[in-house]
Structure formats: C-alpha cells, structure tokens
Design a binder for this molecule. Structure first.
Ligand code: MG
Length: 255
C-alpha cells in the first residue's frame, strides 16, 4: 500500500532530507585523490549526528544470511554500482568516479539521496555517463506529478539513457520512503511496458537511476553488499527524495 503523508509527516521528511542535501553538498570538497572511503564515512556520521539525525543505513538488514550494512555511507567506486562498503583500504585516485548514497533518520522519518562525484579530472566518457544519469533523474522527476503513472517516470529515465548509448540497471530500483526506508511502491528506472500505479499528491518517492556504460547486468560481491557491473564497466547513480504536490514534485534533497 502506498502511504500518503500528512503535513506533520512531510515536515519531518523535509528535515531528514535537508540533512541529506547538506551531507552531499559538503562531501564535494572532501572528495579528492588520497582520501579513503572510511574517512568520508566517519566524517558523514559525525556530521549527521551534529544535525540531530541518525545514519539511516547503518545496521540496515541485508538479504537473508547477510550481515547488516555496517556504515553510514554507501561508497561505490567506478564499476561498483551501489552499496559499496567504506574501508580504510579504499583510497580515491585521480580519474575515479564515486557514487555516494546517504540515508538519515530524523524523528523516525527517513531521508535518502545519492550523488556521483568525479575524483579530480575524469575521462570524457565518464563525464558523459555522469551527466546522462543526472539528466535522467531530472527527467524522471519531471514526470513525478499527480495524474501521471509510475511507468512515466521509468520511461523518461530509460528513453534518455538509451538515447545516450548507456544501459539502465534493472535489478535495483527506487522506492517509496517515509517511516520506513523502503516503502511501496517500487520505482523502476527501466520501462517494462506497464503504466504502473497512478501518482497522487502526498506520495513520497526516492527516485534513483543507476546506469552503466556497458551491460545492465550486475552481480553482488562476496561481502554481501557491493553490487558491481558484470562486465566491469563504469556505473553512475543519482538519487533524490521527492514529495508529490498538486504543483509537481518537491525535491526534498535538493542540493
Ligand atoms: Mg534509495
């Protein structure tokens, strides 16, 4: 069931997601060659706590048999699509791209957002991948308005990504969000020919295209979390949490 949020709920989600925007914005200057993903994670955890929220992903249950997610940030470098685990052994280098996904909990409500950053100078191909994913997210959000359908979001994202010669990851999707990190509905990023549920004011959705330079096929590493492209090609990920209003999508994580 898709939960429609009340005004008090939306106020709490606005704060949870404002904090996401602060973190993603302040991370930009911290992303540089030589920095480890653990350093980024430790900074983000303290910063979220200083803003009176809690990390939303730390301790999140994994698939059956998997350990809970151990960190505040998901840090996914190059061919890593999502859910990379921060580590003192992973040091950024010039030319990398790093997707950072961050979750918060503020007074029992979740915030969720992601951004893919270049590390120093990156290749033209990597730049194109990032710009395409960012634009696809924007086009998806433009469809997130009452009267449209979930399939309109998927189609807008998928059409743009394909036209640029990239592929949309299919095994992972966006989601409703609120008192739980993952609520109904599932928000697909690829178009499966279905219109899907009709969108209504007061729905809150995390829209998050993940796109690959090569095949859309992905696999999960032995750490139970890190998702990588099967062919080793680069992957990008951007995510906004939006609240639907009669005037269209209100981007709660706007940076
Ligand atoms: Mg999400």
């Amino acid at each position: 069931m898709i939960m429609l949020k009340t005004d008090p709920e939306l106020a709490l989600m606005r704060e949870a997601n404002r904090i996401i925007a602060v973190i993603l914005s302040e991370l930009e200057e911290r992303i540089k060659p030589g920095v480890t993903t653990l350093e980024l994670d430790q900074w983000a955890e303290q910063r979220i706590l200083s803003l009176k929220a809690r990390p939303g992903f730390k301790g999140y249950p994994g698939r059956s048999g998997a350990k809970p997610f151990p960190a505040t940030l998901c840090t996914s470098i190059n061919e890593e699509v999502v859910h990379g685990i921060p580590s003192a052994q992973r040091r950024l280098k010039e030319g990398d791209i790093i997707g950072i996904d961050v979750g918060t909990i503020y007074k029992d409500y979740y915030g969720d957002g992601a951004y893919t950053y270049p590390v120093g100078a990156i290749s033209a191909g990597a730049r194109d991948l990032l710009e395409t994913c960012k634009k696809a997210l924007q086009l998806g959000i433009e469809q997130a308005q009452p009267g449209k359908h979930l399939g309109d979001i998927a189609q807008a994202i998928d059409d743009h990504v394909r036209a640029r010669g990239f592929e949309v990851v299919r095994d992972l999707s966006g989601h409703g969000i609120g008192r739980r990190l993952h609520e109904d509905p599932q928000v697909l990023n690829y178009y499966d020919g279905q219109r899907g549920a009709k969108l209504k004011s007061r729905m809150t959705l995390a829209i998050e295209p993940m796109i690959n330079a090569g095949t859309f096929v992905v696999q999960t590493l032995d750490d139970d979390w890190t998702v990588v492209t099967r062919d080793g090609s680069l992957s990008a990920h951007y995510e906004h949490t939006v609240a639907l209003t009669d005037n269209g999508a209100d981007i709660l994580t706007r940076i």
